[in-house]
Design a protein around this ligand. Structure first.
Ligand code: AHM
Ligand code: MG
Length: 345
């Protein structure tokens, strides 16, 4: 029988805390604070076409890209909510060059949040899906304001990670290391309701998501993999379908549910690709792994990479585990030996 009970995010988090007191902690209230900020950002996103919040500010962010008003609004909203809770020691945002200390008059807490306030910002003006990505870590330093070391921790140290997808319906998806759970926002009551309990990603998909416009600059291994995906072969369900929104959260979310692989490889111009380890790759790697998926930089597990700078970029191959393994084999020149044709789907 279908279970028709509506469970809100806060109820679910409390229930998880009761069931796993050892794993939970005050950091779950940080998650709820992020959800509150997400509701405020969602309100601005859905009204962006109407209100005068859309368009570029004219400033350039630390990545050298055009900053748009909603990015700034999202960053400031998250900072306003998180800065006053007393749970955090320090924060790092894709929109800020350095770490963001806690306000002088706020109590200092035990946790660290790294976040991308509004990912996929080039899609804002076109009313295409955008997202927020977040990562919650324990601080390493003992007291006082947190430092950059607290932010520069490997992904496997994350206690919680997730994303908010602003779209035809807004969703919050997160993991605390005990599966992946998705909540859909119900604006009339202002609550995220459990809609996707314990998400599992297919072992293999038939979707690939990549900016193929960069093909000419890719390595031979990457080119061969993309070529291979397009070859007609019934046994391995090829060709794969290409789906690319250009908003990582949207592309990742679709592939998480349907199966497939998201790729942002390095190229001749940018050997480490475009995406940031702390704000994009590590949190989504945690979610992917918890759903039965995988995340690699081509040779190493994303979760094991130790960051050395806040805005460090990494190649990213993310999604269904068999697809990520195939991709790694091509990138490493090991694909000849693989029995790829006979693999059952
Ligand atoms: P952003 O953080 O400036 O929005 O950039 C990240 C975005 C991802 O959401 C997306 O997957 C990627 O950049 C798209 O890059 P490209 O336009 O090169 O395909
Ligand atoms: Mg981003």
């Amino acid at each position: 029988m279908t279970d028709h009970r509506a469970i809100t995010l806060s109820q679910f988090v409390l229930q998880q805390e009761r069931e796993h007191p050892e794993a939970s902690g005050e950091f779950t209230s940080v998650l709820l604070d992020i959800a509150l900020a997400a509701k405020m950002i969602n309100k601005a996103v859905v009204r962006a076409g109407l209100a005068d919040v859309i368009g570029a500010t004219g400033d350039v962010n630390v990545q050298g890209e055009r900053v748009q008003k909603l990015d700034v609004f999202a960053h400031e909203t998250i900072m306003r909510v998180l800065g006053s809770t007393g749970q955090l020691a320090v924060v790092a945002s894709e929109e800020d060059e350095g770490i963001v200390p806690m306000p002088d008059d706020a109590p200092i807490g035990k946790y660290v949040v790294n976040f991308d306030p509004l990912d996929g910002s080039s899609n804002i003006d076109a009313n295409v899906n955008i997202g927020t990505i977040f990562s919650i870590l324990p601080r390493i330093t003992r007291k006082g304001q947190g430092t950059i070391e607290d932010c520069l921790q490997a992904g496997r140290r994350q206690m919680c990670a997730g994303y908010v997808l602003y779209g035809s319906s807004t969703m919050l998806v997160y993991t605390t290391g005990d599966g992946v759970h998705g909540f859909t926002y119900e604006p009339s009551i202002g609550e995220f309701l459990l809609s996707h309990a314990d998400i599992r990603t297919p072992k293999r998909g038939h979707i690939y998501s990549v900016n193929e416009g960069n093909y000419a600059r890719w390595s031979d291994g990457m080119k061969r993999y993309a070529d291979w995906l397009k070859v007609e072969d019934k046994a391995t369900d090829r060709p794969y379908s290409m789906r690319y929104v250009g908003s990582l959260v949207a592309d990742f979310h679709r592939n998480l549910l349907y199966g497939g692989i998201y790729l942002y490889p390095g190229d001749a111009k940018n050997p480490n690709g475009k995406l940031r380890l702390l704000y994009e790759a590590a949190p989504l790697a945690f979610v992917a792994e918890q759903a039965g998926g995988a995340a690699s930089d081509g040779t190493r597990r994303i979760m094991d990479l130790a960051p050395s700078s806040l805005h460090q970029r990494t190649q990213l191959f993310l999604g269904s585990p068999d697809d990520v393994a195939d991709c790694e084999a091509f990138l490493q020149g090991r694909h000849e030996g693989l029995n790829l044709e006979r693999r059952t789907l």
